[in-house]
Design a protein around this ligand. Sequence first.
Ligand code: FES
Ligand code: FES
Length: 156
Amino acid sequence: MILSITVNGQHRTDDVESRTLLVHYLRDGCGLKATNIGCDTTSCGACTVLVDGESVKSCTVLAIQEQGSDVTTLEGLAGPDALHRVQAAFRAEHALQCGFCTPGMVLAAVGLLAENPHPTEREVREGLEGNLCRCTGYHNIVRAVLAAADTTGDAS
Ligand code: FES
Ligand code: FES
């Protein structure tokens, strides 16, 4: 099937099998390996990307379902000269240990802040409950999201 999609600002047209999951398309079709696979049960959130600005677990959807969509992976988040403010906050707050969950956590946080620019701590914890950190670094992750929320009034 022919998939027409925008990934990290670049329009692409690719021939994909109808069964191809979005996460496999991104990793194997686009070579974007920051999108991790931590489970195959929609449980861990390691595969989270943004689809039209909303966070989506990319192992839960077929690539072809995102026909015409605008997908952002971690590779496409930062500008050319600086980290995205959520990435910068994760670095400043030491919100990663092994880093496996981090791409998904960052993109889930970006999606959360787009919906709710000034969340409470509880809202951050609830908003990220679909993303698991096997290093159990939740405290600093929540601090980082709250810090990112404080850096500007918008969610860009
Ligand atoms: S790999 Fe998608 S939720 Fe775990
Ligand atoms: S930092 Fe290791 S899984 Fe989250």
